[in-house]
Design a protein around this ligand. Structure first.
Ligand code: GLA
Length: 353
């Protein structure tokens, strides 16, 4: 059986998920396809088409495995959580660029879980895959990427309340295209900085006597003594509000407000949360000068990866050419640009037998 799970672009709401706040991602039309076939011997065999690699493990050894730090950790992290896993050959193939902030890992986890026969669906499937990433891969991520991959809706963004886990589809204004611009860089700092941010937010919540920053007010945040912890918390509280404002402005078709919210979100990530980098800041500035620009900010975990851009329909090519040229002139790097559309979530793509 073959399953497809999409990557995602987060429109707004960065690092708010593990603070039980709001996020607004779209599942995209890039993703990972995973096919499972039965095997005779009691093992799990995984074939990556992209990497031309085949790896295998005895099923009995799965509980004792330690992560190896490569792509197989995402598959094994999920496989270990599936009771009674049958001997399987799993073939995975993805067109989500890795390290780009478009959740190639969630797409791999979700498609693998489905192909390996996970019984979970919806939020339970997202939880299982997040658990694999938290416990085996070792990234203390929130629920956004896996949930967006599972629950994507064609033509709409997903307003997710990361505390209640309720999802509301939010229509996007017509006449705007969404372009992800890949900086093609991923700074090493990213992995450890992510854990640092999780810790700093927990520290802020604890100082305020709250269980998460979801309930913090702007006034409470400004009362925090430590300036670094105060800046981190300020980003989260303001970003949560921006998500709600963006959803409202989107439904109302207020493009100017959308652009302003993107700009504020980026500055907040750059200055208060400190998860941007020179390449990404440059791409955001270059987008502001490009034809058809309606808003630009970094998307995803940070320290490289992609910017997400709102572009007036009809200007996509001119926008892309302008940003590409500017980036090449400044950094000597050719950036990839993806025009993404809000797409459906994970699904079986061969005939049900
Ligand atoms: C990564 C994590 C998500 C989320 C984003 C930042 O993609 O996997 O859970 O925290 O970073 O918004």
């Amino acid at each position: 059986m073959t399953f497809f799970a999409p990557g995602r672009v987060n429109l707004i709401g960065e690092h708010t998920d593990y603070n039980l706040g709001f996020v607004l991602p779209i599942a995209i039309d890039l993703g990972c396809r995973a096919t499972a076939e039965p095997l005779d011997s009691p093992r799990l065999e995984v074939h990556s088409v992209n990497r031309h690699e085949v790896r295998h493990w005895d099923l009995a050894a799965l509980p004792d495995l330690v992560p190896s730090g490569d792509w197989t950790d995402y598959v094994l992290g999920v496989a270990r959580l599936l009771p009674g896993l049958a001997p399987t050959r799993l073939t995975v193939e993805s067109n989500v660029p890795t390290g780009s902030g478009l959740s190639s890992s969630a797409a791999l986890e979700v498609s693998s879980a489905l192909a390996l026969g996970a019984a979970e669906r919806g939020i339970d499937l997202a939880r299982l895959c997040r658990r694999a990433e938290n416990e085996f891969v070792g990234v203390p991520c929130g629920i956004m990427d896996q949930y967006a991959s599972v629950a994507g809706v064609e033509g709409a963004a997903l307003l997710i309340d990361c505390r209640s886990l309720e999802i509301r589809p939010v229509p996007l204004p017509s006449g705007l295209s969404i372009l992800a611009v890949n900086s093609m860089v991923k700074h090493e700092l990213g992995a450890s900085a992510y854990s640092d941010r999780v810790r700093e937010c927990n520290e802020a919540a604890l100082s305020l006597g709250l269980s998460s920053l979801r309930d913090a007010t702007a006034a409470q945040v400004e009362s925090l003594d430590d300036p670094l912890i105060r800046r981190r918390a300020r980003h989260i509280v303001a970003e949560n509000q921006r998500v709600l404002d963006f959803a409202e402005a989107s439904a109302a078709g207020d493009r100017q407000r959308l652009g302003r919210l993107f700009a504020e979100s980026h500055l907040s990530m750059r200055d208060d949360y400190e998860i941007s980098c020179p390449e990404i800041d440059f791409l955001v500035e270059a987008a502001g000068r490009a034809p058809g620009a309606a808003g630009s900010r970094m998307t995803g975990g940070g320290f490289g990866g992609c910017t997400v851009n709102l572009v007036q329909a009809g200007f996509e090519e001119a926008f892309e050419a302008s940003v590409r040229q500017a980036y090449r002139d400044r950094f000597g790097i050719r950036c990839d640009v993806y025009r993404v559309r809000p797409s459906a979530g994970a699904r079986q793509i061969d005939k049900k037998t």
